[in-house]
Design a protein. Sequence first.
Lengths: 358, 257
Amino acid sequence: MNKTSATAYTNRLFMLESCKRKVRIDGRSVYEPRALKISFVGSPVVDQVALDAAARDDTSLDPLNDLSVPAAVDCQWQRGHAEARVGQTVVIARVSATIITPTIDRPAEGTFAVNCDIPADMPPTIPASQVQRLVDRAISETRVIDTTQLCIEVGTKVLAIRVDIRVLNDDGSLVDAATCAAIAALLHFRRPAFSVNDAGSVVIHPPTERAPLPLSIHHTPLALSFAFLRGSSDMILDPSSKEEELTLQPPLVKPTNLINMFSMMAHKPLTPAAENPKSDAESVADNDSEGAILTVVVNRQNEVCLVVKPGGAPVAPATVLHASRLALTVVADRLEVIRNAILADRLARKVQARLDCQ
Amino acid sequence: MFASREFVSPEGLRLDGRRVNELRRLRVRSGPLTDADGSSYLELGNTRVLVAVYGPREVSSAKAARQTTQSSDRATVCCQFSMATFSGGERRRKIKGDRRTMSHASALEKAFSSTIAIDKIPPRSQIDIFVEVLQSDGGMLVACINATTLALIDAGIEIRDYLCASSSALLNDITVIDPNQNEEQSFGGSPTATVAVLPVTGGVVYLDVDTRLHIDRLEELVNQATTGALTIHTLLEKVVRDRTQSTVSTTSAQQNA
């Protein structure tokens, strides 16, 4: 259960020391994010050879050229089911739509809810409830979806959009991966089309009859985490779970013999470490100061949607502003990754549809 | 409708008559509860909170026991946050245990865990903070943080520095300091920043910026809230000094008599 005991004492010292020298254990520099990978579950997987062959044959296969796959064909593949990988962190998000009766105070508005499921046998470094609250605030409270567009019939039928997020593996920055998966799934999702018929009643069309429509999305915010390791004044971007651990307060177990070993490894004279209780290595570990985690949610319009620092070590206000500016570029890159994944998926659907016809 | 209302008049006055950089009236009482180890009562405009602090004492709650097993060398801070049924505009029976109060409680816990000089507190002990909101009119967490700092000082628990909080909001492109509920909820939730700082170093311990705003406005919003927190620090410090002065003079008078 307790993750602080997962990393050995000497390893933690090593990580703190190397972080002071601006190197991280996975070889990244301090402001370098891990690569984001987006894939869509239940989408056709077309191999590269077939894609290349199809692209050579037909220039109309440009992915930007939308809706050439008939809805009746397209609906055999899933939509709105995305998997995001940030390093070893894996999160899936699935969007679903159901028809519900609206509340009395908002008769013409659909609902939008985010549910984040973190398995109990995989407790994240920061408490699960905090992660869930952050994801909820980042996605649903920043009004990503225009809920007024989800009304089918005022007072009786509206669409309820729901995003179910599930964490498959945690290697730090869970909130970041969860928002990426959720936004990718929302952009990929299609809701059923509906219209009013001659008799004046509302008809919901099956996908074989009329093409489902994308959701109307106001903006696409993504979260980015920053960690302030204890004993170090610098922040690091996109921490892994080992690095997140180092923001917590350390247990006060002081294996003095190990400290001596460490100072030997660091080519330091053994005697001062043995005699002087405040050797370099020990002062890092002894320092009761803790680290902190800062989460910034920004969108492509250079807007800050959320900045949360729940406690921990005090940081300068200027650092927070710096972090927000860094987040803008990283989030823009990640949104580009999501966009490319959606375009690639569109192309794969076109090619697969064509292969199926042959 | 609220949406079309002017929140700041051309003369630079807000609806409640304050200027944009003016805090609400702060009234504080240190130690109103005699049975608690430390307590405080704080009014920030119409927001009223009462805080009681107990400890450091033996671990009693299940939550603290869980935390103690996780880190056996430290004292734990436990916070219970509740709002009186009559605290809001409408009477609400079940106000405890919902998501918002839980997040306020955990925010206070985390912020004060790093403010209390935890290495000076006996390990495996527990400090309890009980916060009761009697009336809420915006800036609830701000009032709670300031009141808790005062109650901790009253309890004689060692802290690194005062933890002082304030908030600011962006209304129609104008940054106002210490918004009340009306201003916080304007335009369906205007951008607000809640900041808690340690005044001597100026380090931000707690920060929460909500709802979309352009990044160029972030600095101003955070700076205004920090300025407010520093103003509150001078006010709180005066209260603590005055109270200590009067305690000292009464004890010495008793000794002389």
